[in-house]
Design a protein around this ligand. Structure first.
Ligand code: NAD
Ligand code: MG
Length: 298
């Protein structure tokens, strides 16, 4: 059989460029209502059997990077459970349908990660539904723009910390006894861990914490054969940005400041989540893989 050549795509023109339309949705926002709609790889991601038989749990799997990872994992042959908030049911349904279309198990587990008891139930339900667990992606995140530290209430601060720092802590603790040698934990960090924005005082420090826990845990779990790595995206066109994560002014020019002059799309990071989960990446642990259009990394 003759193989078709890959068509070269110019990364500067491959996806929408600013200016973007003003738009705002109540938190947590739906990808399906964004304009333009983000690309999560729905029609483009092609698998090559890299994760056949693997069992993955992805938080925030309804939209954004989590959705791109969920689609890619299913197309690589994995069964996938996703967590999301009840308000995101319509986005989640689309993801579950895409997973099932690949002939894989797609398990929907809605619920709020700010509760330790829910995080424990999430892991138990995922393990029961999948028949085990060997890929854990802590990807859900809370980000709200605030011009001043004085605008951040204790309740808001706590909300960000609970979602971004406590939830992975609770989920990893609940999952650890199921993770056999060869399993992986992946966290979604951010370029904010290295180069925090003025208006993301609370969010940015949680991403520094994420990068840090990944490196600590990688050392702690190495002898158990469990790899722990992270992904550090730059500005990516997702629901978090149009539901309070960015100002309208920032949104209009989203991604413009990067060398590519545009935001990334979730689909452009999918292969990183696959790579970090795949067995052939067996020497990678404690690493943070970036994807940010040419800026933002240390
Ligand atoms: P997104 O809104 O599509 O995904 C975030 C998800 O987090 C939501 O879909 C929601 O399901 C989940 N979530 C938030 N609070 C929750 C809670 N209390 N309980 C359960 N689920 C909850 O946006 P995204 O940009 O794909 O975000 C994914 C990750 O990427 C986040 O950790 C975010 O911080 C990180 N990130 C995003 C960007 C960006 O520019 N979009 C850049 C760097 C890092
Ligand atoms: Mg969502």
């Amino acid at each position: 059989m003759e193989l078709k050549s890959i068509i070269l795509e110019d990364p500067t023109t491959k996806y929408p460029r600013p200016p973007f339309k003003e738009q705002s949705q109540p938190w947590p926002g739906l990808a399906s209502k964004m304009d333009p709609k983000p690309d999560h790889g729905e029609t483009s991601y092609k698998g090559s059997n890299r994760l056949v038989g693997r069992k993955a749990l992805i938080t925030g799997g309804d939209s954004g990077m989590g959705r791109a990872a969920a689609i890619a994992y299913a197309r690589e042959g994995a069964d996938v459970a996703i967590n999301y908030l009840p308000a995101e049911e319509t986005d989640a349904k689309e993801v579950i349908a895409l997973i099932k279309k690949e002939g894989r198990k797609g398990i929907a587990i809605p619920g709020d990660l700010r509760e330790e008891s829910f995080c424990q139930k999430l892991v138990a339900d995922a393990v029961n539904g999948l028949g085990g667990l060997d890929i854990l992606v802590n990807n859900a995140g809370r980000q709200q723009t605030n011009a001043s530290i004085l605008d951040i209430s204790t309740e808001q601060f706590d909300w960000t910390m609970k979602t971004n720092i406590y939830a992975p802590f609770w989920i990893i603790k609940a999952a650890l006894s199921y993770l056999k040698p060869g399993s992986v934990i992946i966290g979604t960090s951010s370029e904010q861990a290295y180069d925090p924005s003025a208006d993301l005082y609370d969010y940015a420090q949680t991403k520094a914490a994420t990068t840090n826990y990944i490196k600590s845990l990688a050392k702690q779990l190495a002898s158990k054969g469990i790899r722990v790595n992270g992904v550090a995206p730059g500005p990516i066109w997702t629901a978090v940005q149009i539901s309070g994560g960015a100002t309208q002014e920032k949104l209009k020019h989203f991604g413009e400041q990067t060398p590519f002059g545009r935001p990334g799309q979730p689909a452009e990071l999918a292969s990183i989540y696959v790579q970090l989960a795949a067995a052939d990446a067996s020497y990678a642990t404690g690493q943070i893989y970036g994807s940010s259009g040419g800026a933002g990394q240390p």
